[in-house]
Design a protein around this ligand. Sequence first.
Ligand SMILES: [Zn+2]
Length: 326
Amino acid sequence: MALRAGVDLGGTKIQAVVMDTAGQVLTSFRQPTPTAGGPRDVVAAVAAAVREAAAESGVELTTFAGVGVGSPGDVDNHAGTVTSARNLPGWTGSFPVTAVLGEELGVPVSLANDVDVATVAEYELGAGRAYSSLLGVFWGTGVGGGIVLDGKLWHGRASAGEIGHVVVKLDGARCPCGRKGCMEAYAGRGAMEARARKELADGTGTELFKIMEKRGRTRLTSGVFARALDHGDELAVTLIDRAIEALGAGIASAVNLLDVEAVIIGGGLGVRLGTPYAERIEQAMMPHLFSDYRPPAVQVAALGDLGGAIGAALLIPANRPAKARA
Ligand SMILES: [Zn+2]
């Protein structure tokens, strides 16, 4: 029963876990993602995080069955490459992650899209265990999505699940993707931060940036939003209300199309704000649901911050629980 490691490679942090064959997390290690350099530096940091997590488990890394990596950007597991990971420093072209990381660690490496692995983790081990179809909605800097239909992840032609870019308002707000009226333009943490900075410049009073500075942050993180909401900050409340309305419309539209059994809300904001806000999203879906007499279950991601890394570890086949092998 060899151990597996999984890594969630994010724009702000690298999260590594070591998992046993039953899907139990034995150890975990987290460090900031390098903000300068290029893919080689990022992959070196991934290797270091895996070594730390493995060392804490007390088991020699070379005996591991492998290391799975959930990555942003264009992921090609067959070629072992990640291309244009825009949230990672200097990662414009294609980089052979599997070869370089495998060489560095001396174990097999498997790659997949970060949102896909987080969705599969919730489906196999988290809030989605009871269902055979679900929609994972990862409410963070952007809004990512993953779709499981009849027990299988649906990839489409490669880029299915981009729920952040379903249109919730024609000719609406400009989205970070460059288009207009996407759900992410209203609900993404990045878009909300851009809006908040503009409001601040226009003279709107808000505690958001004071809280950010007090916490030693340079961004309006999920934690900053959560704190501002606790204080009843008007701008934070307005932005989050707007986000919830957009999420309700976008998720309900996806449910009208797919009729999945459950919607799992994850991501930095989704996990941080938790059940009370998932319930508000559920309420915001209702006016838009076609079969409103039979809404899907709406739940917060049960694996929290570790979901991406756990899903990445599940990429190593021998580690998959019985449900996945069926
Ligand atoms: Zn968009």
